[in-house]
Design a protein around this ligand. Sequence first.
Ligand SMILES: Nc1ncnc2c1ncn2[C@@H]1O[C@H](COP(=O)(O)OP(=O)(O)O)[C@@H](O)[C@H]1O
Ligand SMILES: [Mg+2]
Length: 176
Amino acid sequence: MNEFDFCSPGEQCSLLLGRKIGELLEEGDILALWGELAAGKTLLTRGIARGLGVPPEERVTSPTFTIINEYSGRLTLFHLDLYRLSGADELETLPWQESLFGNGVAVIEWPGRLGRLLPDKRWDIEFSITGEESRTMLLRPHGSRNLLRMSKWLEELGALKSQSACMTEETTASDK
Ligand SMILES: Nc1ncnc2c1ncn2[C@@H]1O[C@H](COP(=O)(O)OP(=O)(O)O)[C@@H](O)[C@H]1O
Ligand SMILES: [Mg+2]
């Protein structure tokens, strides 16, 4: 099985999933987050930042206007939100290649804006809004190396499937 689907009944579970993903990430990883506004892309990224060891006092917010935010952790996290990207010209003015192909990891909201520039070697996460407090997330690896890593990911992330795993996670106010 080469995909992982996760039903999150609330924010805490989404944060926890993000944290576990953050712990699994390696240098050069690119995550493309697909989903409508309020689907939970930024919230998941907040969890990913924690899993990468970005200090909790560093607030992870949507880089809607800056387009690319950078955070220091075990690996540098580049968080891109391309929602407001006007086009290829604006992209040229941004250090997007450095953030995707440097030695950190990149998490991209609205990755479709990159068109053919979106790398094949990546992880896709598709979000769906299934209720006021519930979201589903479907994770798929792309590229041979990521496909090979998927069994470990399935093992680690699969442990979160029992709802109790989410409920026992301590989440501080700074995670919100
Ligand atoms: N299970 C859940 N997972 C993630 N977000 C949730 C969940 N339930 C409710 N929400 C809410 O949905 C919104 C998601 O916002 P955000 O992460 O900024 O979305 P996006 O970046 O996709 O636009 C937040 O207001 C959050 O509180
Ligand atoms: Mg967002």
